[in-house]
Design a protein around this ligand. Sequence first.
Ligand code: SIN
Length: 496
Amino acid sequence: MSDTFDIDLASSLREPTLLNHRNYINGQWKKAVSTDTYEVMNPATGQSITGVANSDAIDAVHAARSARQAFNSWQRTTHRERASLLEKWHGLIEQHMDDIACIMSSEQGKPLAESKGEIAYGASYVKWFAQMAMQLRGDILPDSVPGRQQTVEKRPVGVVAVITPWNFPLAMLARKIAPALAAGCTVVVKPAEDTPLTALAMAKLADMAGFPPGVINVITASREQTAIAVDAWLKDVHVKKISFTGSTQVGRYLAERAATSLKKLSLELGGNAPFIVFEDCDIDAAISGLLAAKLRNGGQTCVCPNRIYVANGIYDEFASRLVDKVAAMKVGDPFDEATQIGPMINQKAIDKITHHVQDAEENGGILLCGSTNAREGFFFEPVVIADANNKMALFSEETFGPVLPLFRFHTEHEAIEEANNTEYGLASYFYTQDHQRIHRVKRALQAGVIGVNEGAVASEVAPFGGVKASGYGREGSHYGLDDFLQLIYVCEGNLG
Ligand code: SIN
């Protein structure tokens, strides 16, 4: 197991201290108590970047204890102190954007420009919640009885366990931690096993910003050890809330286990987003919206369209114009400026995408571009599939890769029925220039996030989250703070 860093990555950083491979607990960098490590791989080269701590239940307990102790004083800090530290953290994230982007692209594989975009996006949540911290307030209720004052206080829920995915290693972390800290909570974080280095860089920047020891704690663990570490938090009565982004299967497990100690939960789970292209749309706008939504991060995004419904009257034209664009996309090295799609995260991802494409062909799909021919590494050429239908695995399962299946529809009613014909409800998109139709369709779609003539929908000012099996809780926006607060009603009687 390596205890050093990939030489090219380490030497490319202006601030080498951003590269860390130990847990960050109580303001200190610590090996796992077992001293065990696991390797973080670069998906573009298949080479190890470094070994990081392979934490278990003992490390998780230490992190939770540290967060519990820090909560005693952090919850009493003024909103100004919390806002000011978040502002400093935001400034440092922006200042070190180039370095963090190199770390992120190395472990995650997204093109460098996309990593920078994600860092700006993630930083916007930190800034937003610094401002939201300044606006925390309770309520004075009307007197229901003479001589009585009834007030509502908003208090932080306590220690929050934050479990983040590999597809947006910085933005999802920022979107969860920033509101938690703004509310007065402390956090224990378990980043995805594939992308721990970005999270550790964020911890380093938080340390530089001056957050007190124990307010933010990060432990890393391999896929096999993650359940053991997270179970320790599920059992810990001091961990009051879990904020998780990942699969519906894991979300259900967490909800079941968290029920015993009645922890609060925010679950941002799987999606199966429909993208409906009506006959009366602006086709150019629909194609560029589709490409932005679908091929961001190589299609490895919870909100990316998984099923594309195209009106019969424009189906062939839309397909041919889409193929012209998709076939010209450059897949390759994330550090090459021309690259638009980097490698997929790992072999498991390649296996699933390949299975979806082969299964689609077996069920009558026609490949208009791309193929499943093996390429070295975890690279996958984008694929457009015509004649997609409900027998295909990609109809009901999230592909999480650059596969664009085109389903044909004949009526608005049929498009809506099919779009909602899924257990998931994270995002939905549609393109039309008919205002009456916009009104009808947006009301009918079952999703937490709806893009109307727009493919890039997420922003720090907007609530992000799903309905149905895509989970519950909202991140970002002024609603995003509520999930980290509890309402305390105080009734003062006999006031004369
Ligand atoms: C996700 O894939 O879970 C997040 C995507 C986003 O924030 O836009």
